[in-house]
Design a protein around this ligand. Structure first.
Ligand code: ZN
Ligand code: ZN
Length: 454
């Protein structure tokens, strides 16, 4: 299913999206503008949406200098009543209860809508504040650093625990390429890494389809495939931070993000590579340390996952032994204990509460192993699109991407723990979970670490 995008002026035109896969979809009602020198046009972009005249602008001290002040000036000149919520931080802004409190306390009875000027964190905070206060919101994106601009979930932090809250998507999204191309290079790399993670999410999704009957939506799958191709094909331009490169990157991120909106949750774009990244982030937060940037973490985790897939797909079907899996099988109580050990009491018990896949029965495990054994060749064929970790590393090296995980502050122990424990973070089926059910997780993890340390 090929979905081509085009432009009317600076407005992104999506073709008529329709999909008959049987999964309930939401088709985006969102105006997306991508182009140069767009800030001056913001009032024109807002006008058709009739959002009202009183706006809370959410930004932080750094972005205020780079873009926020200009946005506020344009709005005020056009007669908008602007209340500024400036999230001032000396360190990186964390999307937690404090920041959310600052935004909600800036809202007044008169506030008609919210406008975020920023990238992931500011967008997610604004998304959630708009959602809980039943107001629409608009985003002026300032960096091509993640795929969440059009998402319908807000990853936030509560008491050092990551929570993913359902929320709405913006009515208008404005991506000024001049501003985005001036974003710090590591933010572009973060966006690139977030998109590269889609190799893994697509592979896991197909695996889930074959083994546990998850349905794959062909429309979302193709949108994500296009996103990945756009970014890979423009890696050299992205490295230059050229307008062409930044456009390709933000288009890739938006195409990916639209699938979250269409599909209703992040299945098409996030799987075990995101679990690993979230694990690093949670453990850092828990220790009171600075977590690695989301997209950078996802991109680094992707390499480990690619290598893991390589080892997993090499498993000799003759070696898929029921006896071995049965020996490694843990009952629910043991599985729960493992999660509590891996995540700590507080986060662990929240995961156990929300994840119905922890401690599945032996009968179900056996059924899945049977499917894997019978379909091994088909699985290999379907996942042949996965690049080798080496190939991807060559692209990363060329870009100057932080690698290995230790370059992001993830030490060997944290890396090992993430490879062992992140399978339980979410209920969705993944290659780590599959290996665990086969009784070969520890073995593959050891191989992967060894492979990649050379
Ligand atoms: Zn992501
Ligand atoms: Zn579909």
């Amino acid at each position: 299913m090929q979905v081509d995008i085009s432009y009317e002026g600076d407005k992104l035109v999506l073709p008529q999206l329709n999909c008959s896969c049987g999964i309930q979809h939401t088709y985006p009602d969102i105006d997306i503008y991508i182009g140069q020198d767009l800030i001056k046009n913001i009032p024109d972009y807002l006008e058709p949406r009739k959002l009202g005249s009183s706006v809370v602008v959410v930004t932080d001290n750094i972005i205020y200098e780079a873009a926020g002040a200009a946005v506020v000036a344009v709005l005020e000149q056009s007669g908008y009543q602007v209340n500024l919520c400036l999230l001032e931080r000396e360190e990186r802004l964390i999307p937690n209860e404090t920041a959310l409190g600052e935004i909600t306390l800036t809202l007044t009875n008169d506030t008609d809508f919210l406008l975020a000027v920023g990238s992931g964190v500011i967008t997610d905070l604004t998304r959630y504040a708009a959602h809980v206060s039943s107001r629409p919101f608009v985003v002026v994106g300032t960096a091509p650093s993640m795929d969440g601009y059009t998402s319908v979930t807000a990853p936030l932090t509560l008491g050092n625990h990551k929570v993913s809250k359902p929320a709405g998507y913006p009515q208008v999204l404005i991506c000024d390429l001049d501003i985005m191309s001036r974003a710090p290079y590591h933010m572009l790399l973060a966006g690139f890494g977030d998109v590269m993670g889609k190799y893994i999410s697509r592979a896991d999704w197909l695996l889930g389809d074959m083994v546990v009957g998850e349905k794959v939506c062909p429309l979302c799958f193709d949108l994500v495939t296009q996103a990945v191709e756009r970014c890979i094909n423009n890696a050299a331009e992205i490295k230059q931070q050229s307008i062409k490169g930044v456009r390709a990157l933000i288009e890739g991120l938006i195409l990916s993000g639209l699938t979250i909106l269409i599909f209703g949750y992040t299945r098409p774009v996030a799987s075990i590579e995101h679990n690993m990244a979230h694990y690093w982030e949670m453990m850092k937060l828990q220790a009171g340390l600075k977590p690695p940037q989301h997209g950078l973490a996802v991109g680094a985790a992707t390499i480990y996952c690619l290598q893991f897939f390589e080892r997993y797909l090499q498993l000799d079907p003759g070696r898929i032994q029921i006896e071995r899996a049965e020996q490694a099988y843990l009952d629910r109580a043991a599985c729960v204990q493992l999660v509590l050990d891996g995540y700590g009491e507080k986060i662990g018990s929240a995961i156990v509460r929300d994840n119905d896949q922890i401690g599945i029965s032996w009968a179900e495990t056996e059924r899945r192993i049977q499917i894997l054994a019978e379909n091994h060749e088909q699985i290999r064929r379907k996942l042949a699109f996965l690049p080798k970790a080496d190939q991807m590393l060559a692209v990363y090296r060329n870009l100057g991407y932080p690698w290995p995980a230790s370059a992001l502050g993830v030490d060997d122990q944290l890396l090992l723990n993430s490879l062992v424990y992140s399978k339980d973070y979410r209920s969705r089926y993944t290659v780590f979970k599959s290996a665990s059910e086969l009784g070969v997780l520890a073995e593959l993890v050891e191989q992967v670490i060894k492979d990649l340390s050379n």
